[in-house]
Design a protein around this ligand. Structure first.
Ligand SMILES: C[S@@+](CC[C@H](N)C(=O)[O-])C[C@H]1O[C@@H](n2cnc3c(N)ncnc32)[C@H](O)[C@@H]1O
Length: 225
């Protein structure tokens, strides 16, 4: 046996014992975004538009903003926005998208986790959290951290694929652990200085290869006390 075939055999045995190296969430999202196309389109989420359009522009934090469709929409509507996300590839696309739309001056990005980021725009007037699909503990910690960086009287808006989507709806993660429900979101908000105005399920439709299919979305709008 040569030295290199011995090394390879050792590596193969080690991999079998230890298992494949785990993909970190950041690496997972980087790989997903590593394409010219915008995975989540360049169109702002309709619930973000519904809840944010009536607000007076100020400073906003887009937590888990990814490629920046909502960040850029807010900037186009006069907000100064920080997109906080764990994926440098997504944030790079956001920066390019902001330049393409001529809103570079109102967009900044921060590569950090929801659990412990410190926004450069804090205390902000608005925090949005569109589709941060993580487990209960991480979601609760991320919302706590986000709310702590909003002004009293500021607004929190969240959108998630709902747990109720499993079984009856289409799209989104299929792991119930990362799908909040009205009950789990109510529980998270009850521990925070929030006046909840909307925490409910909305019906929607997603495009699939077999045409439009129903989907169920959880939406949240709350005011910081
Ligand atoms: C489904 S995408 C949604 C992107 C964007 N909000 C949108 O609606 O187009 C989920 C995003 O969450 C980000 N993410 C996942 N875990 C995170 C965490 N712990 N902290 C911050 N961002 C996270 C991912 O990098 C990804 O960009």
């Amino acid at each position: 046996m040569t030295e290199s075939s011995g090394t390879n055999l050792f590596k193969r045995i080690l991999r079998r014992i230890v298992g494949k190296p785990a993909v970190t969430p950041s690496a997972y999202w980087n790989a997903k975004y590593e394409t010219e196309a915008f995975i989540y389109t360049k169109t702002a989420n309709r619930f973000i538009v519904e809840f944010c359009e009536p607000l007076t522009p100020g400073a906003a934090i887009d937590l888990a903003g990814g490629e920046g469709r909502n960040t850029v929409w807010l900037a186009e509507h006069g907000w100064n926005v920080e997109n906080v996300d764990i994926s440098p590839v997504g944030l790079q696309k956001c920066t390019q998208f902001a330049a393409e739309r001529g809103v570079t001056e109102r967009v900044r990005v921060l590569c950090a986790s929801g659990a412990d980021f410190k926004s450069n725009l804090a205390p902000a007037d608005l925090g949005i959290v569109p589709y941060l699909q993580v487990d209960y503990a991480l979601l609760a910690q991320s919302l706590k951290n986000l709310v702590s960086q909003l002004k009293p009287g500021g607004t929190l808006v969240g959108v998630w694929h709902a747990r109720e989507n499993l079984g009856v709806g289409f799209g989104g993660p299929q792991d119930p652990a990362v799908l909040p429900s009205v009950e789990s979101m109510t529980q998270i908000c009850a521990a925070l200085p929030l006046q909840v105005e909307v925490c409910e399920l909305r019906d929607g439709q997603v495009q699939t290869k077999d045409g439009l299919k129903p989907s169920i979305t959880l939406v949240l709008k709350a005011t910081v006390r």
